[in-house]
Design a protein around this ligand. Sequence first.
Ligand SMILES: [Zn+2]
Length: 186
Amino acid sequence: MSARVLNLFQITSVRTAWAFLVLATLMFFLGVYYAVELLSSPAPSSVKSADIWFLCAWFLATGCYIALASWALFTDAGRAYLVSQQPSTPARNLRQYIRLAPFAAAGLACIGIALMLISNWFPEYTCRCEVPGHWECKSASCTKEMNAHLREYGHAIRCRRTDWAATVLTSVLSPFLPQLRDDTRK
Ligand SMILES: [Zn+2]
């Protein structure tokens, strides 16, 4: 059973087990770092449920890999399995590509989280009020201006992240997460 699980997660040799362990641990702590950034943000109301889901999935995936890789490396049964896999039959082309898939996925995840962090560190908002052409703000901190405008005119205001990292993220993710398209804050 456990051997099949390891195979499914592409942990098939001592080398890949170590690679996955190191990679997953790094990714896990990147997630922790992002969560801390998120929770210590000055405006807790801006934490979106998409972020929470993302983090849950992130911790689940990295946690699985850490647990599986450590099981394979640090238990007798796991070691025995890895060693038995060592003289592997020459892989066919397609199988080689399938083996690379988890690394490609991890790479994509890395790029994604890097973009999220960059967007968090260097945010730029574009805010407009509901009256066309009346008011617009384009900077990292429109909150003050926005509140002043809200107090003075009572116009509803829509804000979008427009830094390049957020732009890339939203254009890639918006087909899957339609709520990203309109990040309305009032
Ligand atoms: Zn206005």
